[in-house]
Design a protein around this ligand. Structure first.
Ligand code: ZN
Length: 528
């Protein structure tokens, strides 16, 4: 009897987790047994109190809980299922907590103080990277920065003889990756030409290449070439000029400074890297951010690796160190897609981010590697209406049993995904329904202006809600409707999730201040 019951349980779980659920619907007994099985598994969960050899910190920039839910459904629907029953890779990690993301001076934070909290254990003020709250915004004086800088987990890893890597789809000098290695009171000082006149604090790109603890950073993969190249040198892919005024070519400095070092800027160069013979790898695949995953293959001139490929290559280089490694991986453009008001790219970026986490889970031993997956902050992104089970997540809301979309008080259909503010605003009057708005792919899609890399959108207020149909709203470039017109959709202040597995992962529980993440990593690595 016991044996028979166990077989039933396994069958029930597979029905609920396999993505092709359209054909086989779980019965009431299946639901009950699958719920029981989850508790059964939880009872056998044993806290891993071992020392962590390695720590991998995954940051989905702007990946709030609504983004995770919508991406899970999108991913499940692309696999042929209803979607709701699907799980992203990191949702299978055993421990979960919530993270309070506010900074010392911001109710809704930006990526600089949030990442500072996660990698130094200390909250600070907006726009500041790994310096404490007593440093004023845009402090120019390097001595003041030095006196108030906060040690990062990456720096401590290097001091303890571990290897260290950073991977991002944003510029590698952008706030999230930069907080791991740079100290500055203005996140926008990515290159020397970005700084205020007279500032003696080094720019972020220079801090990356000049990082001097234990032989320097081992792997840095992402975008942002122009901040590394002098203004007298042309970009190899697009022919535009570099931005450095100090004459330094930091890509050359990287290879001359380090042992067994390589610099690559396209897919072919990346693919040719042998992890066994390369100890220091710098890869900069776009002048600015790398492409959205949705556009990467179609639009990149010279080819560039996916987040998953970059993550795998970084692990293959870092794991050669028997003492272990610290790796930070950022899905940097989930945030950018949301700022642009385009849910499709936010969801496909999250899907790729989940694939990168899966690659890391597959490549590491959970007994010795702590994997953390979290976000720096959320976005004003909602999943609403009463759509029926399996309704296309990017589609028009259609209720249970309905054969046509649900209608609002104007008699117009509406989407399940919306934003509280941003670029998708279509007007306040109900008198003149206007056309829906669409995302513009810039000529070189990695190019974006502004500290957060918002894609430029032409703001054209119209009157009334648009007349929508499935073809419009399920177009890859559709901008979901927003209530408040802003040139860019904003971050949101609600808590974000922390998923974790591996040594000391059980220390993540309850609702935590964001800076606790550092302290768990330091505890796991034995730095406390
Ligand atoms: Zn942002």
């Amino acid at each position: 009897m016991q044996f028979f019951k166990k077989l039933n349980l396994i069958a029930a779980v597979s029905i609920l987790t396999v993505g092709t659920a359209h054909a086989v619907e779980p019965t009431p007994v299946d639901w009950f047994n699958a719920g029981y099985q989850t508790v059964f598994n939880a009872k056998r969960l044993i806290a891993n109190n071992r020392h962590a050899k390695n720590v991998i910190l995954f940051i989905g920039d702007g990946m709030g809980v609504s983004t995770i839910t919508a991406s899970r459904i999108y991913d499940g629907q692309t696999k042929g299922g209803h979607g709701e029953e699907n799980s992203l890779s990191f949702e299978k990690l055993p421990y979960l907590a919530l993270s309070k993301t506010y900074s010392v001076d911001q109710q809704t934070p930006d990526s600089a103080p949030t990442m500072t909290a996660m990698v130094t254990g200390v909250k600070t003020i907006g726009d500041s990277l790994s310096v404490n709250q007593y440093v004023v915004h845009s402090e120019k004086n390097a001595n003041i920065i030095n006196a108030n800088k906060l040690a990062t987990i990456l720096e401590q890893a290097k001091q303890h003889g571990l290897s260290a890597g950073i991977v991002s789809t944003a510029r590698i000098t952008h706030a999230t990756p930069a907080a791991t290695y740079a100290h500055t009171a203005n996140r926008d000082w990515e290159g020397d030409s970005d700084k205020l006149a007279g500032a003696t604090v080094p720019d972020i790109a220079a801090q990356l290449v000049d990082f001097n603890i234990s032989g320097g950073i081992d792997v840095a993969l992402g975008g942002g070439r122009t901040r590394f190249i002098p203004n007298t040198v042309k970009d190899p892919e697009y022919g535009v000029s570099g931005k450095r005024k100090d004459g330094r070519n930091l890509t050359v400095d990287w290879t001359t400074k380090h042992r067994n070092a390589r610099y690559v800027w396209n897919q072919a160069g990346f693919d040719a890297i042998d992890p066994n013979t390369t100890d220091h790898l710098l890869g900069l695949f776009e002048p600015s951010h790398v492409h959205y995953e949705a556009d990467r293959v179609a639009y990149d001139q010279s080819g560039e690796p996916s987040l998953t490929q970059m993550t795998t290559k970084a692990i293959d280089i870092l794991k050669k160190n028997q003492k272990g490694y610290f790796l930070m991986v950022e899905g940097g453009r989930i945030d950018h897609a949301h700022h642009s008001g385009n849910a499709y790219r936010a969801l496909t970026e999250t899907q790729q981010f989940a694939a990168a986490v899966k690659a890391a889970m597959d490549a590491t031993d959970p007994l010795e590697t702590l994997i953390i997956v979290t976000a720096d902050h959320s976005h004003v992104f909602t999943i609403g209406g009463y759509p029926q089970r399996g309704n296309p997540i990017l589609g028009l809301t259609q209720g249970v049993g309905a054969t046509t979309p649900d209608l609002d008080l104007l008699g117009l259909p509406y989407t399940t995904l919306n934003y509280a503010n941003g670029t998708g605003y279509t007007g306040a009057s109900n008198a003149q329904p206007a056309g829906s708005k669409t995302f513009t792919i810039p000529a070189t899609a990695g190019w974006a202006s502004g500290s957060e890399g918002h894609n430029p959108t032409s703001f054209q207020p119209a009157n009334g809600r648009p007349i929508l149909d499935s073809a419009k709203v399920e177009d890859d470039n559709y901008l979901q409707e927003a209530i408040v017109p802003l040139s860019a959709e904003t971050h949101a202040a609600e808590d974000v999730a922390i998923f974790a597995g591996g040594p000391k992962a059980h220390l993540f529980h309850g609702i935590l201040e964001q800076n606790v993440i550092y302290h768990v990593m330091a505890e796991a690595l034995g730095f406390n």
